[in-house]
Design a protein around this ligand. Structure first.
Ligand code: F6P
Length: 359
């Protein structure tokens, strides 16, 4: 039976989104002969008047699009249809659902992180929408899923940054601090820190002490090395437990500043010259790595096949080197962070990297 499906990208963008939209469109049109509708700017495309949507066909994907970062459908991580109020004081979920009905869609593919999955879970439940989710987020914190689209590229960007920081650190005998994203999960910091030869990796899941950081720098010095590399995840707290954050002009308070804090503290206690690099959105906008394109392709095809089987309320995930699917309700609203017994923590310890106070 022919179907008409919608596809949208929601939350912060990342590398590999164009590749997953392409894969889903190819599978839906070429294999099943379905119609695919791209919804612009997350759910915002469904409340705009007229609806902001476009027909997607394989012809829309020239050879270059899958190689590019970002999402050509647009995304947004600000508007929450259950919280945003219109001028009548009600939330916008009914308008989103009205837009969905107007399109007469048989199913929806939502590509998002843990936050988006939670929102889409509520929306699709309320509107009785046939839903399949695809995880994407540089934070890699979607439960029951080893790899989210965009994460591999972000780790690669952070590893490359450490490769570039090391020579300049050595030239000036400095401790270089790299502040990376990841929200409340330390996956980017831990993985790039190991791959990029860091001496100290600080993640939100494990407390640290400035005294131990100072000891680690002393140890490096006593072994004859004149510089150090430190990776810190953005939501690591100051030693007194407070979060480093910045108030933006729009009134929002966002994570940021832990690198600068550590830079001052490390300078004070070790008398080592320090510098900070805040990697920021470079981690999101880079060209997708081969792994992100691969996962995006596998997820896109699998999501469409789930719809073909009419298996809904599922999220496509990567487990043990293959694609499978899990119940949306079992992952929505939860987040995968690093445990003290994570195998990579052991690897870091084995390398002599300081990863915080583990005992
Ligand atoms: O969730 C993805 C993410 O990139 C986080 O790692 C980061 O804290 C946040 O989004 C930044 O969001 P924004 O695009 O609003 O600056």
């Amino acid at each position: 039976m022919s179907k008409k499906i919608g596809i949208l990208t929601s939350g912060g963008d990342c590398a590999g989104l164009n590749a997953v939209i392409r894969a889903a469109t190819f599978r839906a049109v070429n294999k099943y002969g379905w119609k695919v509708i791209g919804i612009k700017d997350g759910t915002l495309g469904l409340i705009s008047k007229p609806l902001d949507v476009l027909d997607l066909t394989p012809r829309d994907f020239d050879g270059s699009l899958m190689r590019m970062g970002g999402t050509f459908l647009g995304s947004n991580n600000k508007s929450h249809p259950f919280k945003t109020t219109n001028n009548k004081g009600s939330n916008l979920s009914n308008q989103v659902l009205k837009g969905f009905k107007e399109l007469s869609l048989d199913a929806l593919i939502g590509i998002g992180g843990d936050g988006s999955m939670k929102i889409l879970q509520s929306l699709t439940k309320k509107g009785n929408i046939n839903f399949v989710g695809i995880p994407k987020t540089i934070d890699n914190d979607v439960m029951q899923n080893e790899l989210s689209i965009g994460y591999d590229t972000a780790v690669d960007v952070a590893t490359n940054a450490l490769d570039m920081l090391q020579p300049t650190a050595a030239s000036h005998r400095r401790a270089m601090i790299l502040e990376v994203m990841g929200r409340d999960a330390g996956h980017i910091a831990l993985n790039s820190g190991i791959a990029g030869g860091a001496d100290i990796i600080l993640i939100p899941e494990i407390p640290y002490s400035l005294k131990s950081i100072s000891k680690q720098i002393e140890k490096i010095r006593s072994q004859g090395r004149n510089h150090a590399l430190i990776v810190v995840a953005e939501s690591v707290r100051k030693e007194n437990g407070s979060k480093a954050s910045v108030k933006f002009i729009d009134g929002e308070i966002r994570l940021g500043g832990i690198g600068a804090y550590l830079s001052d503290e490390i300078y004070k206690i070790t008398n080592t010259e320090t510098r900070v690099t805040v990697l920021g959105h470079l981690q999101r906008g880079a060209q997708p790595t081969h792994r992100d394109r691969l996962i995006a392709s596998a997820f896109g095809v699998y999501a469409v096949d789930l719809i073909h089987k009419e298996k809904y309320n599922r999220v496509v995930v990567w487990q043990n080197r293959e694609v499978t699917d899990v119940d949306l309700n079992s992952i929505a609203g939860k987040s995968k962070t690093i445990k003290k017994h994570d195998p990579l923590i052991k690897v870091a310890q084995g390398l002599g990297i300081y990863v915080g106070e583990l005992s």
